[in-house]
Ligand binder design. Structure first.
Ligand code: AMP
Length: 474
């Protein structure tokens, strides 16, 4: 996405409105700190030599963030050095350690997306012993080698056996229900986006937080920041975002209607759904973001929108977005490995399994084995998983390789006839036989139950796909 320096001011403007709005609903947030898990990623160069990095990496690396003036409403437990460390393990470790050390001061816990906060909890599950050791002894885990992080942790870390004991007591038990409230008892709410694709994480977050409110404060993208939620303590299902007209020029394409006439921001109609179209200061012109929004009402004259869904995205675990065409391409590439076994993929569907952390893609395959004497081996099906991963986009592969935030892709081979049963089921629920299409992504429980009851074998990617920070010329 093209961007320009002044775009940082617009982003800063939106950020600066979040706490004044929150302060209307949750008093006293200036009396403590926010435990936020924020990360940067490695920078790359485009073939033309321009710097390329994720939008948040760009923001956290800017002076707007790094040299922000003291504001009692925006004090974080994470030092800049920890946030700006590109090694995701070291960054998370230092942020978690600071969060534990400052546990009594923490009033809100968050990450950008729900998936990020769950990753942090999972990290605590895996690393609490070492973290408690560091707190007890006042020494830093030798795996933390980043010099700025070591230097700043040296000032923060002091031996505190009592706190270490508390961490051990809370984390030692199998039961992690309510862990956020147990470790950070003053937490008033979770600051995470749980709308759109992130809604899948609500039950898990409720479990770990003991039902703390979840605030979805803003709606933004790499292309442009859009707006904020003026009622951030509402239920996730009721979240609406008010688009700020000064962030870009916004137009709206009526969704699901044959007209291609664009509607201006001030002219959208309540109840209707639109696709968001942007013209940005940085040079995008009538660009289709791919988000479908529904107008729910107005704040003064500014329309408010519910995020409905992203067009064409089938699978998403965190920042990855895999659409139907990409999935199809990945399946085609993987199925080439089956050729020598005289086998083909007759049908497939997919599922984003986020029950475990990290989540992973599950692909259901129905195979046609033409000669059972040379049926594909376990090994080749495992390699099919890896081949699919190799075919997926670089955001997916980066999450797999560098961030470890997506687990190995899984193929579940189902019995012959399973997809026919799936169709029978859809028809029994009113689908038209003529117009029936195999769903390329599933999540509806009865369908999942049907598929899972027909699984004959499961296969996982045996290795990491290829990914390097350098962009390859293609
Ligand atoms: P990215 O450019 O990768 O950061 O992704 C931006 C996309 O994430 C948006 O276009 C939306 O599809 C989604 N997104 C961002 N903020 C929200 C939100 N508050 N609720 C739902 N989806 C969101």
């Amino acid at each position: 996405m093209p961007t320009i320096h002044e775009e940082l001011d617009r982003r800063q403007l939106l950020y600066s409105l979040l706490m004044p709005v929150m302060n209307l609903y949750v008093p006293g947030l200036d009396k403590g700190k926010g435990l936020y898990f924020l990360f940067v990623k490695a920078e790359t160069k485009t073939p033309g030599g321009l710097l390329a990095r994720p939008v948040l990496t760009s923001y956290y690396n800017s002076d707007h963030f790094k040299t922000r003036p003291y504001d009692p409403f925006n004090v974080y437990t994470s030092p800049n050095e920890a946030i700006l460390c590109v090694d995701s393990f070291q960054s998370m470790y230092a942020q978690m350690l600071c969060g534990l050390i400052m546990r009594d001061e923490v009033l809100r816990v968050g990450a950008v997306f729900a998936s990020g906060l769950l990753r942090a909890i999972h990290f605590l599950q895996n690393n609490w012993k070492q973290l408690a050791h560091d707190i007890a002894t006042g020494t830093l885990n030798p795996k933390i080698t980043d010099a700025p992080v070591r230097e700043c942790m040296r000032k923060i870390l002091k031996p505190n056996p009592e706190l270490a004991q508390l961490v051990i007591m809370e984390c030692y038990e199998e039961n992690w229900e309510c862990i956020i409230k147990r470790i950070w008892p003053r937490t008033k709410y979770l600051d995470v986006i749980v709308t759109g694709a992130m809604a899948q994480y609500i039950p898990t977050l409720e479990y770990y937080s003991g039902g703390l409110p979840m605030a979805c404060t803003m709606y933004a993208s790499s292309e442009c920041y859009f707006g904020l939620n003026l009622n951030p303590m509402c239920k996730p299902s009721e979240v609406t975002y008010t688009i700020m007209p000064n962030m870009a020029y916004f137009e709206f394409l009526p969704h699901g209607s044959s007209t291609s006439c664009l509607v201006n921001l001030a002219e959208v109609e309540v109840g209707k759904e639109y696709e968001l179209i942007l013209t940005t200061y940085a040079g995008l012109c009538r660009y289709r973001v791919g988000d479908i929004l529904r107008v729910t009402g107005f704040h003064n004259a500014a329309p408010q929108f519910r995020f409905i869904r992203r067009k064409n995205v089938l699978l998403s675990i965190e920042s990855d977005k895999t659409d139907e065409a990409e999935l199809q391409n990945a399946i085609e590439n993987a199925s080439l490995l089956l050729k020598e076994f005289n086998t083909s993929v007759v049908e497939y569907t997919s599922y984003a399994d986020t029950k475990q952390i990290p989540g992973h893609y599950v692909i259901y395959w129905e195979l046609l084995v033409k000669d059972s004497a040379i049926a594909p081996t376990d090994d080749v099906l495992n390699r099919c998983c890896l081949q699919m991963e190799e075919s997926l986009n670089s955001v997916y592969r980066q999450s797999r390789v560098a961030d470890n935030s997506i687990g190995p892709l899984e193929i579940r081979v189902v019995e012959n006839g399973t997809f026919e049963e799936l169709m029978d089921y859809a028809i029994s629920r009113g689908a038209s036989i003529n117009q029936y299409k195999v769903p390329r992504c599933v999540s509806f429980t009865p369908i999942m139950e049907l598929l899972n009851s027909r699984v004959v074998s499961k296969h996982f990617s045996p290795d990491l796909p290829h990914w390097t920070p350098e962009r390859r010329r293609s």
